[in-house]
Design a binder for this molecule. Sequence first.
Ligand code: 5GP
Length: 183
Amino acid sequence: MNIVKSVLFSPEVIAQRVKELGAEITSDYKDKEVLFLGILKGAFLFMSDLCRYVDVKMEFDFMEVSSYSGGTYSTGQVRILKDIDTNIEDKNILIVEDIVDNGLTLDYLVNYIKVRQPRSLKICALLDKRAHRKVLLKIDYIGFDCPDEFVLGYGLDYGEFYRNLPFIGVLNEEFISYPKNVL
Ligand code: 5GP
């Protein structure tokens, strides 16, 4: 039995789309500085690939938040596990997120960051899973629309594993009932 039911986005398709996003961001931030705020852990691969295609002066920071219980559903309660190190006042912030599902995590982060008075705030999400969206969010850059499935790979985990898969796949739900240590 394979943990992946089907491959949604191959490494080649991801690489092409990341390149396109990078070009778009480069043109939008021309002559400006930007701070890429990566949301750990899921966005670490996406952000490191994306930034190589963005040709503007940039700095980096990271936040780590937890909204899932380690399973396949969102608890809706966001906990900050790692806060921003930088003073973001008057800076152009681009949040780089792996996937937006019900939207509560990003909604929380946007409010958290806005209070710190950045000059501008935009969002770049690799995957947009709209089926269960609970809040209205403007996502400025979207990699792919995502079906209503639990996906893993390319930074996205299942129970903290499988982030290193080079593609994005759909979780084989037969695994959901298995205890973690047999996966
Ligand atoms: P939201 O608050 O929008 O429902 O959840 C956002 C976070 O939940 C994402 O940053 C990600 O960590 C996690 N998440 C949502 N959907 C999926 C999914 O299909 N697969 C994985 N691995 N994580 C997901």
